[in-house]
Design a protein around this ligand. Structure first.
Ligand SMILES: C[S@@+](CC[C@H](N)C(=O)[O-])C[C@H]1O[C@@H](n2cnc3c(N)ncnc32)[C@H](O)[C@@H]1O
Length: 255
C-alpha cells in the first residue's frame, strides 16, 4: 500500500514537472525558444529537489552509471591537450563532475558547459565547486551556439535531443555538427528504439504521457541515421538495457 502510494506520488510529481509544464506553457505565453523546457529545469527549487542521483537513475531504468561510464571512457580516449571540450546543456546526477574531471585530467585548454536556462548554470556551478576557475559556464541555445565553426574537439550532448521539438532537434544537430572540429568527436547519449516489442509499447506509452518530443528519436532523429544521412561522419553506437538507451560516438571526417 505504502509502495503504491509512493510510486503514484512519484509519477504524479514527474508528470507535473515535465508534461505539466508543456500543458501550462500552451496557456501561459512563454518565450518561443523555451516553451518546451520542463519546470524541473527552470525553477530553482524544483532543480534542487529533483537533482538526486536515485531519481535520475530511476528515470533511465538504472542505466545512468553505465551511460555515464561510457561517455567518460570516450572522452578519456581522446587527446584533449590544448583543445576545447563542450557540453551542450546541463544534466542531473554526477555526469557533469565526472566529465569535467576527465577533461581536466585530459589537459583540455577550454572546458565549456552551456545551457538555455540560467538557473541550471547556477546549480551546475555549485556542483562543479571542485573545478573552480577551470570551467566556463555560459547561457546558450543549442539551436544557436556561439562557438565558431570547427572549434570543439569533443562535444557532449547528454539526453537533450529528446526534449526538443523536432524543428529544434534539426537546428541543434546542425549546430553540433558545425562546431565540432574535423577529426573531433560528437558524443550523444539518448533514448533508442528498444529491441523488444513490449519495451517499445511501454516506451511509446511513457513518451506519450511524459515526454512527447522523444518518440522521433526512434526514427528520423536517431543520431546515427541522422548523421550518416548528412555524410562526413563515422558513427559507433553502444546500446543498453534491451536497446532502450544509446551512446553514439560520431567522428567528423577531416577536410
Ligand atoms: C540535457 S537535458 C537532461 C535531461 C536528463 N533527464 C538529465 O538530467 O539527465 C536538460 C537540460 O537541457 C536544457 N535545455 C533545454 N532546451 C535547451 C536548448 N534549446 N539549448 C540548451 N539547453 C537546453 C535544460 O535547461 C536542461 O538543463
Amino acid at each position: 500500500m505504502a509502495f503504491t502510494a509512493l510510486v503514484c506520488t512519484g509519477l504524479g510529481y514527474f508528470f507535473l514537472v515535465t508534461r505539466g509544464a508543456l500543458i501550462a506553457h500552451a496557456f501561459v505565453p512563454r518565450a518561443q525558444d523555451r516553451f518546451h523546457v520542463y519546470w524541473v529545469y527552470s525553477n530553482m527549487g524544483l532543480i534542487k529537489f529533483s537533482d538526486k542521483k536515485t531519481w535520475v537513475a530511476a528515470v533511465l531504468l538504472f542505466q545512468y552509471d553505465r551511460l555515464v561510464d561510457k561517455v567518460v571512457s570516450e572522452i578519456r580516449r581522446t587527446s584533449l591537450i590544448g583543445k576545447t571540450f563542450l557540453m551542450t546543456s546541463c544534466a542531473f546526477g554526477d555526469v557533469m563532475p565526472k566529465v569535467v574531471k576527465a577533461t581536466v585530467n585530459g589537459g583540455a585548454d577550454r572546458i565549456c558547459i552551456t545551457d538555455l536556462i540560467k538557473n541550471e548554470l547556477i546549480h551546475a556551478r555549485k556542483k562543479l565547486n571542485d573545478f573552480q576557475g577551470k570551467v566556463e559556464l555560459a547561457e546558450a541555445d543549442a539551436t544557436r551556439m556561439p562557438q565558431a565553426d570547427g572549434t570543439v574537439e569533443v562535444n557532449l550532448i547528454f539526453f537533450l535531443f529528446h526534449e526538443l521539438p523536432d524543428a529544434s532537434k534539426e537546428l541543434a544537430f546542425c549546430e553540433a555538427m558545425r562546431v565540432t572540429a574535423p577529426g573531433g568527436k560528437l558524443i550523444i547519449a539518448e533514448f533508442h528504439r528498444p529491441r523488444k516489442r513490449i519495451m517499445r509499447w511501454l516506451g511509446r506509452l511513457y513518451f506519450t504521457v511524459f515526454e512527447p518530443f522523444a518518440l522521433t528519436m526512434w526514427n528520423q532523429y536517431d543520431p546515427v541515421r541522422y548523421l550518416e544521412s548528412k555524410g562526413g561522419w563515422t558513427c559507433k553506437r553502444s546500446t543498453y538495457f534491451f536497446g532502450n538507451f544509446q551512446v553514439v560516438t560520431a567522428i567528423k571526417k577531416g577536410p
